[in-house]
Design a protein around this ligand. Structure first.
Ligand SMILES: Cc1cc2nc3c(=O)[nH]c(=O)nc-3n(C[C@H](O)[C@H](O)[C@H](O)COP(=O)(O)OP(=O)(O)OC[C@H]3O[C@@H](n4cnc5c(N)ncnc54)[C@H](O)[C@@H]3O)c2cc1C
Length: 394
């Protein structure tokens, strides 16, 4: 049976009470899966840098992408639920959250918002039940922050076919995915377009990026596209410029802000458990004033972050949601996260760099979250442009 509060320690002001009972039931179901099935696998896969693919059919069984019990026929749950769902995943593990977000947010939103009604009808059921696994291929080796102008993968149309050539990097889930949304520049009109491409297509070569020091469970692809042929029917019909890509990124940045809040909750709860248990100078660490000061600072960051992302999701649900709203949350919450996980790591001492203590994993993974979906600087520039009316992008 679901407990009265899902987050008695991490949600001090009780924001979860804004959720309906069926929404909280669904989160509780997710919690049980994460605690019982996923959590025991995490450390081993983090250390090996591998993904537990055996979890994918189990995730599919949860009906968590667009749960029938709470969507009332809509194509998506409300953003407030989506936010808490991200919080729940990230509170357990940032890599698994990134995996799920790659499918349920990046890949799915590209199809729902970028596809024609026929494309949505064809692809979305396969995405929802994980019959296909997708990724979002935007970043390139030579273009990260400046991808809007620097994107150099080309798309050339001949009859009903397009030929894609170029190089993509960092693409989450790509090495285990069946399909990718590849963004490429149409050589005819210079506009950025999106294509659904099977990873098995002739000309696609995907290499897993190894040696990462963060999000080691996530499989990130380095991809070469050498004259990959895609039919016009698999070009996302409603992506006709980079503006359409930005509209997708606006939603993704909200997800990342929620994920960074969940990471703070995971690190905080693990550190709290530790300092109550560990004794030095004949007393528990948690009884020291300086340790309590760290806990208070983390809880302050976490509570403020939760308030911010809840407000953000409420704006999304009300349909009054702008680029700067999610850019501000992504920038600010990930900065707070970085401070929170560093404080949590500090009060766990030497054990704070050992995977078994959880805090170590949150501490390492936070670095990638701080960078992906636009760095702090880039998101600050989006906010700065909105509030001054002047673009400081060069
Ligand atoms: C784990 C991980 C997963 C990822 N997953 C995906 C994915 O699934 N799909 C995808 O398409 N991409 C993905 N990315 C790519 C990610 O979005 C980029 O790494 C990010 O946008 C930053 O680009 P960059 O790494 O090339 O950094 P750069 O653009 O090279 O930036 C380096 C530094 O310079 C700063 N900088 C750059 N320009 C300016 C400026 N004008 N003013 C001030 N400072 C500036 C940046 O803020 C940063 O601090 C992922 C990355 C990581 C690490």
């Amino acid at each position: 049976m679901r407990p009265g509060q899902l987050y008695p320690r991490s949600d001090l002001y009780g924001y979860e009470n804004l959720l309906s009972d069926p929404e909280r039931d669904k989160l509780w179901q997710l919690r049980q899966f994460l605690d019982e099935t996923a959590a025991p696998l995490i450390d081993r896969h983090w250390e090996a840098g591998t993904f537990p693919t055996e979890l994918i059919p189990e995730v599919a069984k949860l009906d968590i992408v667009s749960p029938a019990s709470i969507t009332a026929g809509a194509d998506r749950p409300r953003n407030l639920f989506g936010g808490f769902r991200t919080f729940e995943w990230a509170r357990t593990d940032a890599s698994l959250n990134t995996f799920f977000g790659g499918q349920a947010s990046l890949f799915r939103t590209s199809i729902l918002d970028g596809g024609s009604p026929e494309q949505v009808e064809r692809w979305d059921p396969l995405v929802r039940d994980f019959s296909i696994l997708g990724g979002f291929a935007l970043t390139e080796p030579e273009s990260g922050s400046d991808i809007a102008r620097g994107l150099s993968t080309t798309a050339e149309r001949t009859g009903d076919d397009w030929t894609l050539s170029g190089h993509k990097r960092w693409i989450g889930n790509a090495p285990i995915a069946s399909h990718l949304i590849v963004f490429a520049r149409d050589v005819a009109d210079g506009a950025v377009k999106g294509f659904i491409v099977p990873t098995s297509a002739p000309g696609m070569a995907i290499t897993n990026i190894t040696g990462k020091t963060a999000l080691r469970i996530v499989q990130n692809g380095d991809i070469v596209l050498d004259r990959v042929v895609v039919n016009e029917r698999d070009r996302l019909q409603r992506i006709t410029s980079f503006r359409d890509v930005s509209n997708i990124l606006r939603f993704m940045r909200s997800d990342v802000a929620w994920g960074a809040t969940g990471v703070q909750a995971g690190a905080y709860e693990a550190a709290l458990d530790y300092v109550r248990e560990r004794r030095q100078f004949g007393r528990s660490l948690g009884s020291f004033q300086l340790v309590q000061s760290h806990l208070s600072a983390i809880l302050g960051n976490l509570t403020a972050s939760l308030g911010m992302v809840v407000g953000l999701s409420q704006k999304q649900d009300a349909g009054t949601f702008n680029d700067e709203d999610s850019a501000l949350a992504k920038s600010w919450v990930t900065t707070r996260m970085r401070e929170s996980v560093a404080r949590a790591r500090e009060i766990v001492g030497g054990n704070g760099i050992v995977l078994a203590n959880k805090v170590a994993r949150f501490h390492a993974d936070a670095e990638a979250i701080y960078t992906y979906e636009g760095t702090k600087e880039i998101n600050d520039l989006v906010v700065g442009r909105a509030v001054t009316g002047e673009s400081a992008f060069l």
